[in-house]
Write a protein that binds this ligand. Structure first.
Ligand code: NAD
Length: 427
């Protein structure tokens, strides 16, 4: 996909989207995808750009730029997070919206894909400024979102409080009647779901269990390395530890720590809460993030950032299994190198799908106004994520391709069937 986009399509010209298009084109060949479906899937359905005037604390008005890209809604309402970050731009949001489309499809959810964001530095905004920004952004996109249209959720730089403000603003626009199903990732007190906070980390571990099972093993005594000890990484560590795995190294933005005997994860989590970093944890040896990735271990969970394993370090990775907790931590080139070396990669679209699966549960519970207990939520999460894994694994075995391409193929196959049945691909 190195062909340049014409100026009218500059909003498509981002690295993330190019990568997604490459995967789409590659998998279309494998599944012999209908060419009209493929053409339709190469472009987002709707890209919304809004200006957001915000009264700042010093009484000046600053105008931010916000985006909502609704990529595809063949399978159900659009669904995807809202990101507040200084690097947010339209091509990035288009790429993320495409990824959400393919993720929701491969997971078998009745949801389309979308993403949104505002170019801002959330850490530099006061609480009032962030609330003002969120409320005005919600108003600007309110005609396009709704419980049956498009359901936002938190992402980088946004949180349950942001979703509470979005829900409140949208509800005010609907005459003041509470509309909890318009967003997910809300606080439990206003219609959020139990289990949402740890859902992605738990999903990572359910997928890891399946990957180990395919190698004839369990997590018991498995040596695991985790990059990133935030929401995803710390819960993945906790659930793997509970299953008898040895978490021998973890890291955060400040660096990593190593202990060959495995950490007492609950104690490490307490230490992290207190000091805001894993660095300096008693009984550990410091290790750089680069060296951590190359440690001898049974499984590596990259749960921090994208592009951590690329053509420069893929040959040095010693893990036998990689479970992608983060979005895009292993590049396409590295995936090929690792696959050829026999490393099993559970791709992000499945491995970190726990968050959107429980978001889906939250939406269902809000619509029913009937809430489930945590065991029910965890159980249903396991059913959905392991089924998606098994489908992709079967396809991968049949075609002898890597799991990433297999996941994309299964995803596009489902979309293709639905688009042809609905007869809407020319639209
Ligand atoms: P988070 O902000 O809670 O945690 C990120 C962690 O990565 C922190 O420990 C941070 O210190 C660490 N980190 C940052 N830069 C690093 C670096 N250079 N080297 C090593 N560690 C570094 O974020 P999160 O919610 O845990 O998300 C992590 C990844 O998972 C992201 O790619 C995100 O898109 C993806 N993801 C998250 C969810 C979710 O539900 N939270 C769902 C799907 C995907």
């Amino acid at each position: 996909m190195n062909t340049p986009f014409p100026p009218s399509e500059s909003h498509l010209d981002g690295p993330l989207f190019r990568n997604a298009l490459q995967n789409l084109v590659d998998c279309a060949k494998i599944i012999n995808c209908d060419p009209n479906v493929l053409e339709r899937l190469k472009k987002p359905r709707r890209s919304i750009v809004v200006s957001i005037p915000v009264r700042m604390d010093d009484y000046s008005v600053k105008v931010f730029t916000g985006y909502r890209v609704q990529y595809n809604s063949t399978l159900g309402p659009f669904k995807g997070g809202i990101r507040y970050h200084q690097n947010v731009d339209l091509p990035e949001v288009v790429g993320l919206a495409a990824l959400m489309t393919f993720k929701n499809s491969v997971l078998g959810l009745p949801l389309g894909g979308a993403k949104g964001g505002v170019a801002c530095e959330p850490g530099k905004l006061s609480r009032t400024e962030k609330q003002n920004l969120t409320r005005r952004f919600t108003t600007e996109i309110s005609h396009y979102i709704g419980p049956t249209q498009d359901i936002p959720a938190p992402d980088v730089g946004t949180d349950p409080q942001t979703m509470a403000w979005m829900m409140d603003t949208y509800s005010q626009e609907k005459g003041g009647y509470a509309q909890p199903a318009v967003v997910t990732g809300k606080p439990v007190e206003i219609g959020g779901s139990l289990g949402r906070n740890h859902a992605t980390g738990l999903g990572v571990v359910y997928v890891a269990e399946k990957a180990f099972e395919k190698k004839g093993r369990t997590l018991k005594d498995a040596k695991i390395v985790i990059q990133g000890f935030g929401n995803v990484g710390s819960f993945a560590a906790q659930f793997a530890h509970e299953r008898g795995a040895k978490i021998i190294a973890v890291s955060d933005v400040n660096g990593g720590i190593f202990n060959g005997d495995g950490f007492d994860v609950p104690k490490l989590m307490d230490y992290m809460k207190e000091t805001k970093s894993v660095k300096g944890y008693p009984g550990s040896t410091p290790i750089s993030n680069e060296a951590l990735l190359e440690l001898e271990c049974d499984a590596l969970f990259p749960c921090a950032l994208e592009n951590q394993i690329d053509e420069h370090n893929a040959e040095k990775i010693k893990a036998k299994i990689i479970v992608e907790g983060a979005n895009g931590p292993v590049t396409n080139v590295a995936t090929k190198i690792l696959h050829d070396r026999g490393v099993f990669i559970a791709p992000d679209v499945i491995a970190n799908g726990g968050g959107v699966i429980v978001s889906y549960f939250e939406w269902v519970q809000d619509i029913m106004s009937f809430f489930w207990d945590e065991d029910e939520i965890n159980g249903r999460l396991k059913t959905i994520i392991t089924k998606a894994f098994e489908n992709v694994y079967k396809f991968q075995q049949e075609k002898n391709i890597d799991m990433r391409l297999a996941a994309m193929s299964c995803s596009v196959q489902r979309l293709e069937k639905a688009m042809l049945l609905r007869g809407l691909y020319p639209r």
